[in-house]
Design a protein. Structure first.
Length: 253
């Protein structure tokens, strides 16, 4: 049956930045599809833990500072010790800094690039090595953005980092597909998350954004969850290096 290919029962998924928003939505969706989930966050994801426990899902809560690479080996070791393997990585953790490009600081550049692109690559590299050692491949899902396609305003490092995510997704897919590792990405459109709170609070910007979206609404974490489960499943086993836009039609406008 075709629906069996979407079943993730027994799989182990690592999800970075799953304390709120899109990360939380994807982590819960993967758990609902059958995954044991390892959540990697800088602070305790209290709400996510509560939701996982209430639904009877298996969730391992790990702390890490993803602006640096030092914690990556520890995360992989803990996941393997607890569950014996890793099958899926969702590189969701990310930050944004808003400042006019003419005044944009080196600190704002480095902070965003380190988490949004450097850590995405090296975390993927480490997990890919684990996949190869396990001998059965795996799935890597990166979180891109509408600003992987467009320039944006007052977010030069975020635009650069998310453009890098799309390129890295293709590059890693080219090299690792032969190991049965699928590397793909999701580019969420304008979503109701912490990162967009300032935009939604600005009546003029909010109105301009909604006018551009054919669906006439901001997206929600639930809108992204299905794409994540799909890319993590066997149903997507011949999809490599692709970025799925989940944008309410923004790019088609």
């Amino acid at each position: 049956m075709i629906l069996d290919s979407f079943n993730l029962k027994g799989k182990v998924a690592l999800v970075t930045g799953c304390n709120t928003g899109l990360g939380q939505g994807m982590a819960l969706a993967l758990a609902q599809a059958g995954c044991k989930v390892v959540g990697i966050n800088r602070t305790k994801p209290i709400e996510t833990i509560e939701k996982m426990n209430a639904a009877g899902h298996t969730f391992l809560d790990l702390r890490a500072n993803l602006s640096q690479l030092d914690d990556i080996p520890y995360i992989i070791d803990q996941a393997v010790i607890k569950f014996g393997k890793i099958d899926i990585l969702v590189n969701n953790a990310g930050i944004i800094r808003r400042e006019d490009a003419i005044d944009f600081s080196e600190q704002n550049w480095d902070d965003v690039m380190n988490i949004n692109s450097k850590t995405v690559f090296f975390f993927s590299q480490a997990v890919a090595k684990q996949f190869i050692a396990q001998g059965h491949g795996g799935k890597i899902i990166n979180i891109a953005s509408m600003l992987s396609y467009q320039g944006g305003v007052r977010v030069p490092s975020y635009t650069a980092s998310k453009s890098a995510v799309m390129g890295l997704t293709r590059a890693m897919a080219n090299e690792w597909a032969k190991h049965n590792i699928n590397v793909n990405a999701i580019a969420p459109g304008y979503m109701e998350t912490n990162n967009t709170e300032a935009l939604r609070a600005d009546a003029e910007r909010n109105s301009a954004i909604l006018e551009r979206i054919p669906a006439e609404r901001w997206g929600t974490p639930a809108d992204v969850a299905g794409s994540c489960v799909f890319l993590a499943s066997n149903a997507a086993s011949y999809i490599n290096g692709h970025t799925i836009a989940v944008d309410g039609g923004w790019l088609a406008r």
